[in-house]
Design a protein around this ligand. Sequence first.
Ligand SMILES: *Cc1c(COP(=O)(O)O)cnc(C)c1O
Length: 232
Amino acid sequence: MSRPDEIAANLDVVRHRIVAACVEAGRPEDDVSLVVVTKFFPASDVRLLAEMGVTDVGENRHQEAEAKAFECADLGLRWHFIGGLQSNKAAAVASYADVVESVDRPKLAGPLARGAQARGRDVDVLLQVSLDPPGADNRSGARPDDLADLARRVEEAGMLRLRGLMAVAPLGEDPDAAFARLADVRQSFLHDHPQATALSAGMSGDLEAAIRHGATHVRVGSAVLGERPTVQ
Ligand SMILES: *Cc1c(COP(=O)(O)O)cnc(C)c1O
């Protein structure tokens, strides 16, 4: 199969999965947006995705993301940064990312705002929340108890629009249970930030569970583009 045929067929399957999950959850079919995660895949694939109507792509490593966003600047795509963010790279990320989904500590707000300022336009921000059990050594994601302070820092920074929350289900746990906890966290977060309605959750293996628990954005990589190389 040619690469365009392969991607088109996979995209079709994923779009149907999203619609079916919405129907099953009693939600409107257009409630959930697809972000195709293009990390490790070449700009030529991003170009094919754009031709097939994909509007949002996700990347998790700064250098790769920056190069691809530059190469694909003519496509009018929305670039989501979904990876671990170093504070010394945050300003640079905000210079090409339209949405930064992985904001998990207050230190990032200042540099992100400076990057947005330099480019002269606002950047959408999601706060990444950890779904690990309390006491776990969180690799990424703010603890739910720290979200209020983090949100305040983002709102005070200027040029950053607080849009909602993002999470990854912990490995080795039933994603349904993890996303149920996320839905609780989100409900109390929405109480204080009613405009921050986005919820980015769900990947190739667990998008149905995420949609069941309120996801508005799913981040899907391998189900659309195939297996990523395991090295690197
Ligand atoms: C890679 C990645 C994804 C996509 O994962 P797939 O299992 O390939 O769909 C989603 N979210 C984040 C944060 C990622 O790093």
